[in-house]
Design a protein around this ligand. Structure first.
Ligand code: PLP
Length: 374
């Protein structure tokens, strides 16, 4: 007989989350999450699914029928996109300019793809000329890029140019929009992105658990015409079609509370207006950037590809980044994060996302950093 553990009631600390995610969750989203469950095939839930899909299309700026929340974190939506679009023997072109481009490459490899790379330094976007050269050299079936690199704070500019180049070479384009959806200009249809995946816990200010994914007809045609089934049963989009498509038949038990939360988070996006929301992120992150620059700190990426949702602030010489992060957590209940991968120890990663992109949060970050550096 195993003894029952004596565990206290949950009392998490009240943090202000200004790291790379999760971001502060709007009270309306928390409230939606605590409403009673219905069954995942209940007629009322079918309606909630339809509404969530409609709201997701708005956030992605797409008319794609095939737009769903994938059960799981952003990596689940990422693996659903890559694992279904990449067939064994396909060539997948992945970027080298950040941590999440490496993850794309690894997922494509595990899906049986031959991975080739197009390079840019960490903190810089891909250059369309380099993408064109890589297309000519490797003739890939699928090209992946990261719209908002959370590891470097750099935004991929020239997206329509990249998708044109890829389509000229008959490659499908898959975009990582985890840190851009709902916070940074993103136009899936106008930019001709074939598939995009995202996360709820960044600029949508929703807890992780149900992650946005959209595919256009061209991408879905490839998925449905595969010769070999994808290696994951759980993330097989041809099976998920049965639940999220017209049939609404059981595949797996949808994370009902997470779908409630996402629906409410997306309702907030629709109420604010997507363009107004992009503008708010830029304005609030602009104030944050000005504040840290006034302290003599610099941002890592150049202004042309600065990513408002994730500010990579260079760690000054002689400063221990870990000590600063610990200090602001201890004294201000404020979460910011250290660099990742190639930028570990070189930058602080300060998010300005969703419900966190507000004057009081920006003021707190600037004040806490000024104190920590004193
Ligand atoms: N892609 C990017 C750009 C991310 O920032 C993240 C998470 O931070 C992911 C993918 C993976 O998402 P998750 O950690 O929710 O699985």
């Amino acid at each position: 007989m195993t003894d029952a553990p004596d565990v206290d009631e949950l009392t998490p600390p009240q943090r202000t989350l200004m790291g790379p995610g999760p971001s502060p969750v709007h009270p309306r989203v928390l409230k939606a999450m605590s409403t009673p469950l219905v069954g995942h095939l209940d007629p009322s839930f079918i309606e909630i699914m339809d509404e969530t899909q409609e709201l997701l299309r708005y956030a992605f700026q797409t008319d794609n029928k095939w737009t769903i929340p994938v059960s799981g974190t952003g990596s689940a939506a990422m693996e659903a996109a890559i694992g279904n679009l990449v067939e064994p023997g396909d060539t997948f072109l992945a970027p080298t300019n950040g941590y999440f481009g490496d993850r794309m490459a690894e997922m494509a490899r595990r899906a049986g793809g031959d991975v080739v790379r197009v390079g840019a330094p960490w903190g810089e976007p891909l250059d369309p000329n380099d993408v064109g050269d890589a297309m000519a050299e490797f003739d890939p079936d699928v090209f992946g890029f990261v719209h908002a690199e959370t590891s470097t704070g750099a935004k991929q500019t020239n997206v329509p140019e990249l998708t044109d180049i890829a389509h000229d070479h008959d490659a499908l384009v898959v975009a990582d929009t985890v840190t851009s959806i709902g916070g940074v200009e993103l136009r899936v249809d106008d930019w001709n992105v074939d598939a995009a995946y995202a996360g709820p816990q960044k600029c949508l200010s929703c807890p992780p658990g149900a992650s946005p994914l959209t595919l256009n007809d061209r991408a879905m045609e490839k998925v449905l015409d595969r010769e070999e089934k994808p290696r994951s049963w759980y993330l097989d989009l041809s099976l998920l079609e049965g639940y999220w498509g017209d049939e609404r038949a059981y595949h797996h038990t949808a994370p009902v509370s997470n779908v409630y939360a996402l629906r409410e988070a997306l309702r907030l996006v629709a109420e604010e207006g997507i363009e107004a929301r992009w503008e708010r992120h830029e304005r609030m992150a602009g104030a944050l950037k000005a504040g840290v620059e006034a302290m003599g700190l610099g941002l890592n990426p150049e202004d042309d590809y600065w990513l408002p949702s994730l500010n990579a602030v260079r760690v000054p010489d002689g400063v221990d980044d870990g000590a600063v992060i610990d200090y602001v957590l201890e004294h201000y209940d404020l979460e910011i994060a250290s660099g990742l991968g190639d930028l570990a120890g070189d930058v602080f990663r300060i998010g300005c996302m969703g419900h966190g992109a507000r004057p009081e949060n920006v003021t707190l970050v600037v004040a806490a950093l000024a104190d920590a550096f004193e």
